[in-house]
Design a protein around this ligand. Structure first.
Ligand code: M6R
Length: 609
């Protein structure tokens, strides 16, 4: 979850590292640090708690302009609290180390090698630094291999040996890390993700597991356990450098919400031919659409909410039994896996460890698997049997918005393809379904253009301690996502509740101080949803209603806060509804003066279990 950047080359090393850390800050932001190896062989460390900006201020007081190479780190604390001492890099003798992951046996190692007096922080990482130093006798590759063989857990390490001024070292196990040579072939970079490299390299590669990586200016060498050089496939960067800027917006989340019409186009257009779904671009064999009797969807957080939408539609349109599994629960639930089930994993980052482990488990037990992933070349993408890439581009805000919308449209395309190939949709119906998808950007534009009205709905939410979001069916799945958005960035306790279930206990929590958002867009459920909204209103709740003009309301004037979404076919209403809910969360967070893009305790990429 931490961010790692390493650099060796002709540029000002400190500047490259600090800029890289700012780009990677969304991965973790409890504390940050850099190490700069100067021409005297001194590895100078600066680190501090808080945002990268604090580190920049600290570094400005004592700039190092002649560094030959260096590494930087943004931390998401696992072992040990958020303190300067626990921040990375960690040093021991000639070794300086940065780490993403968790070393499970660090205490055993500290005891076995009597390292206690050399370790001053509470971190697992410092124990590894001390161990590297213990074994180091001038041969870095041998030392790294020896120490790695003793570790249990997950790691991506960047390592500097201060007596070796022209090389950086890296090794990883499970935790991802990438590397690339600069466009001018005179520099080399290490990073936990491609966003920090896109300005400098034309291509990059994912460092293979358990291979010692040596970075020199203009050259990267990978060595396996037998000292044989390993050659890997390179991936090209197809995201514009500009795509990772804020493009004039104050927050990435706002920019990413506004990009949703475009990313829908980017995801749907390559998969639509002559008005019909066409997944040839994804090289997925046709029999996958007709062969399976059951579907299991595995994902976490927002991606899991996209799965719930798919479940609803797959069941109603395809009449297929679908289960949606929280990835962190999946492998511990003794899942029934057989060859009649297709396992679909969904992940923006493609690195979420719970989802990755679930994919591995399903494949090991014989399931076929298709993954819907945003980040190209990510671990889940590489380890999946089939991959459908959402073309959301880089998503930087911790709260996922545009990635979710592309996950949804990808799932809708799959559903349409399955329905067409199974003879459930005739050609005309399939074309109509695809044209509804292609109409979405314009309809979402309408909500975005009217965002001031959505903003006005948030008045009573800013000071709320608790908030409920109620609805049924697809509305309920949209609210689960809207509620996650609100709690994650506004810190308001928000619960999405199936509105019919409220009166079985939870309605006791409804008071005049509890704002309630009700989403009513599904014609077949509207009258029941409406009754449930009236029930909470009768208990004094301030109700904000999101609905459409296609839903008849007996007395609209009784609803003080009502917002009309564009009226679309019921199964497509989730799109404008979720965009309105994202905007609500965004405005509440902004009004509360919170850091919208970097909410407390969270990180964008969750690589620990
Ligand atoms: O990268 P992934 O899609 O696998 O991430 C899954 C969740 O961690 C993620 O969706 C998380 O819930 C977001 N912060 C929600 O906004």
């Amino acid at each position: 979850m931490c961010g790692i950047i390493g650099y060796i080359g002709h540029r000002n090393v400190e500047e490259v590292l600090l800029k890289g850390l700012q780009t990677l800050e969304y991965r973790g932001y409890d504390s940050a640090g850099v190490v700069l190896l100067d021409s005297n062989g001194t590895a100078q460390v600066q680190k501090c708690v808080g945002k990268v900006q604090n580190l920049i201020v600290q570094c400005k007081k004592a700039p190092v302009n002649d560094a030959l190479c260096g590494m930087g780190h943004t931390r998401w604390a696992t072992h040990g609290g958020v303190t300067n001492l626990n921040a990375h890099p960690h040093q021991s003798g000639k070794v300086t180390l940065i780490h993403n992951g968790i070393i499970e046996n660090y205490q055993e190692l500290a005891n076995e090698y009597h390292l206690a007096d050399q370790v001053i922080s509470e971190t697992d990482t410092e124990v590894v630094a001390a161990l590297l130093n213990r074994f180091y006798e001038g041969d870095p590759v041998k030392t790294i291999r020896t120490v790695a063989s003793k570790l249990k857990g997950t790691y991506a390490f960047g390592i500097i040996f201060s007596d070796i001024k022209d090389k950086l070292f890296a090794i990883r196990h499970v935790s991802p890390i990438i590397a690339g040579v600069g466009k001018d072939k005179k520099e080399a970079f290490l990073s936990s993700d491609v966003t920090a490299l896109s300005e400098y390299v034309a291509d990059y590669f994912v460092i293979p597991e358990d291979v010692v990586t040596i970075l020199e200016a203009g050259k990267i060498t990978l060595l396996d356990a037998c000292d044989q050089e390993v050659f890997v496939n390179h991936l090209t960067i197809d995201w514009e450098t500009g795509a990772i800027g804020k493009n004039g917006y104050e927050f990435y989340m706002e920019k990413e919400i506004m990009e949703q019409p475009q990313v829908i186009v980017n995801t749907v257009m390559p998969r639509c031919k002559d008005g019909l779904p066409d997944l040839s671009v994804d090289h997925i064999p046709d029999d996958i659409w007709t062969k399976y009797e059951k579907i299991t969807i595995i994902a976490c957080g927002t991606a899991m909410h996209a799965g719930l939408v798919a479940k609803n539609l797959m069941q109603s349109l395809l009449r297929l039994p679908v289960t949606v599994e929280i990835a962190s629960e999946y492998i511990y639930s003794d899942p029934v896996i057989d060859d009649t089930t297709l396992v679909i994993a969904i992940s923006q980052s493609g690195e979420t460890i719970d989802t990755l482990e679930a994919v591995r488990y399903a494949r090991k037990h014989g399931a076929d698997n298709l993954s819907i992933v945003n980040v190209k070349g990510s671990t889940i993408a590489r380890e999946s049997q089939f991959v459908l890439y959402t073309n959301a581009g880089p998503e930087i805000a911790v709260a996922s918005t545009k990635a979710y919308i592309t996950q949804l449209v990808s799932l809708y395309i799959l559903i349409c393809q399955m329905a067409y190939m199974r003879g459930i949709f005739l050609k005309e119906k399939a074309m109509q379904f695809m044209s509804s998808l292609l109409a979405l950007p314009g309809q979402i534009e309408q909500v975005l253009a009217d965002r001031a009205s959505v903003h006005a709905l948030t008045k009573d939410m800013i000071g709320a301690k608790d908030l409920f979001m109620i609805g049924r069916g697809l509305d309920y799945t949209a609210l689960l996502e809207g509620s996650l958005k609100l709690k994650e960035i506004s810190y308001i306790h928000s619960e999405a509740y199936a509105s019919g279930e409220l009166k079985h206990g939870t309605i006791a929590l409804i008071t005049p101080e509890t704002p309630v958002i009700t989403l009513i867009t599904q014609k077949k459920l509207a009258s029941k949803e409406l009754s449930n909204a009236i029930e909470v209103k009768a208990r004094g709740a301030k109700v904000v209603m999101l609905t459409t003009k296609a839903i008849p309301l007996e007395d609209p004037s009784q609803w003080e806060h009502i917002y009309y979404l564009p009226a679309l076919p019921s199964e497509f209403m989730i799109f404008p509804a979720v965009v309105a809910l994202q905007l609500i969360a965004f405005y509440v967070s902004k009004e509360k003066g919170l850091d919208v893009d970097k909410p407390r305790n969270l990180a964008k990429v969750v690589t620990v279990e």
